[in-house]
Write a protein that binds this ligand. Structure first.
Ligand code: GAR
Length: 213
């Protein structure tokens, strides 16, 4: 049985998708938030999952926050740490400590649109496709080996709300898939490339095209 700790900062819908996937061989040991009022904490508690808050505002230094966070995580001895809408940049020391067992979901087709406000920036750039990426976390922000991506169309009349909703629906599909592959020990890292054993087209899902194309 693999033990998983999920970190959230807010709504927690991706965490919920992973919990609800009930992945065989995986146990969600804890959900930890850096914000006491994160909506996802109530869902996790209602599922009987241990929850904890490590409030970043209580720490003057990033490194001190990361040390407290690591302590909370390590008390569950996880095999995998999952960043599911966790909105704090982690120090290189923290990332090194969890290298190879720390994954993140990012709301764009990396390496495009690293950082924040990805949907608005995609609209402003006029891209025709957009999407989401699950990747291993490395010291460089939003740059680690890609496990899976989902592509969605950008449609005429889209605004940030419609585009982000279309992307979020795909996040809820690919994040549990990535976790499942890791729990099954099928994912290996080769330089900056992640490989998934037994997947012919490793990690790319194209969502169904819109009906009017
Ligand atoms: C998701 O869209 C996720 O990709 C994004 O935050 C949202 C969290 O939603 N993550 C980032 O922007 C990380 N830089 P959720 O709380 O409902 O899962």
């Amino acid at each position: 049985m693999k033990s998983i700790v999920i970190l959230i900062s807010g709504r927690g819908s991706n965490m919920e998708a992973i919990v609800q996937a009930a992945i065989p061989g995986a146990r969600i040991a804890a959900v930890i938030s850096n914000r006491p009022n994160a909506g996802g904490l109530a869902f996790a508690a209602a599922q009987g999952i241990a929850t904890a808050v490590v409030d970043h505002t209580a720490y003057a230094e990033r490194a001190a926050f990361d040390a407290a966070l690591a302590e909370a995580i390590d008390s569950h001895a996880p095999d995998l740490v999952v960043l599911a809408g966790f909105m704090r940049v982690l120090t290189p020391g923290f990332v090194r400590q969890y290298e190879g067992r720390l994954i993140n979901i990012h709301p764009s087709l990396l390496p495009s649109f690293t950082g924040l406000h990805t949907h608005q920036r995609a609209l402003e750039a006029g891209v025709r496709v957009h999407g989401t990426t699950v990747h291993f976390v490395t010291a460089e922000l939003d740059c680690g080996p890609i496990i899976i991506q989902a592509v969605v169309p950008v449609m005429a009349g889209d605004d940030e709300a419609t585009l982000s909703a279309r992307v979020l629906a795909q996040e809820h599909r690919i994040f549990p898939q990535a976790v499942r592959w890791i729990v099954e020990d099928r994912v290996s890292i080769d330089g900056n490339v992640a490989r998934v054993a037994g997947v012919r087209e490793p990690g790319v899902l194209i969502s169904p095209p819109p009906e009017n194309v």
